[in-house]
Unconditional design. Structure first.
Length: 248
């Protein structure tokens, strides 16, 4: 049982169905209220660090229609590998990870979020870390005196059963920060823990940013797949939303 740290009444005080008891009567039987299901789901998403906007990223609603020609071929391949991986890690805790490369707006983060959502749906443990946020957190803990916080972040990133590092880009890596990232990758490689990385960098670019030690770990941790698109998918989505707004 998960420890919620709060009583049902505290959690559900605002629920009109159960009035905060967490259970409702169905006939003579007391059953868990639907607010509890929602709260468990919210808790799982929070633990996984998955941003709210990405909770709808599911393999079922991947938009193949955004890709044509060779882009579609690559998207199909990456999609299949991502979906296979999400299934495989539930059976094989040492499954080899994935690196999804490609320019911004090619669907890498969407696929990575699909993996996270699928693992959460299967009650598996996953941590979705957006690399720029991770760097901010690590820097904050370096500047301040919150070494406990840094240890917490590092412990989680190192040991979570499935780690997703989203947007490993050309950020400003200090030696200290790149050392932290190397430590995470090296630990996960040694412990054979599945890791997914999305990046708009090539391997030589990553080597420039993070050094060749990090690249050598990445290559062993992840099989690489590239996504490409004729146009930035985020712009296409934006346009769709605007058109949807006009016709509504
Ligand atoms: Zn309720």
């Amino acid at each position: 049982m998960a420890d919620y740290g709060k009583t049902h009444a505290e959690q559900s005080a605002d629920c009109p169905l159960c009035g905060g008891r967490g259970v409702v009567l169905r006939g003579d039987e007391a059953v868990s209220c639907e607010c509890m299901t929602q709260k468990k789901a919210d808790q799982a998403f929070r633990q996984a660090g998955l941003p709210k906007a990405m909770r709808q990223c599911r393999f079922d609603n991947f938009r193949f229609d955004f890709y044509t020609g060779e882009h579609l071929t690559r998207a199909r391949k990456a999609f299949q590998e991502a979906r296979d991986f999400a299934g495989r890690v539930m059976i094989d805790p040492a499954a080899v990870g994935l690196m999804l490369t490609g320019d911004v707006g090619t669907g890498k983060t969407f696929l990575a979020a699909c993996i996270a959502n699928e693992i959460i749906a299967q009650s598996g443990r996953v941590l979705f870390l957006i690399v720029p946020d991770l760097l901010d957190q690590l820097r904050a803990s370096f500047d301040g005196d919150s070494q406990t916080r840094e240890r917490e972040i590092m412990d989680q990133a190192r040991s979570v059963p499935v780690l997703i590092l989203d947007d490993l880009g050309a950020h400003n890596y200090t030696e200290w920060v790149s050392g932290r990232i190397y430590t995470i990758l090296n630990y996960r490689l040694n412990e054979q823990l599945p890791t997914v990385v999305t990046t708009n960098l090539t391997l030589p670019d990553i080597e420039d940013c993070l050094g060749n030690r990090a690249v050598s770990r990445l290559v062993l941790l992840c099989r690489q797949f590239r996504l490409t698109a004729a146009r930035d998918i985020r712009h296409l989505l934006h346009k769709e939303r605007e058109l949807g707004g006009e016709s509504a």
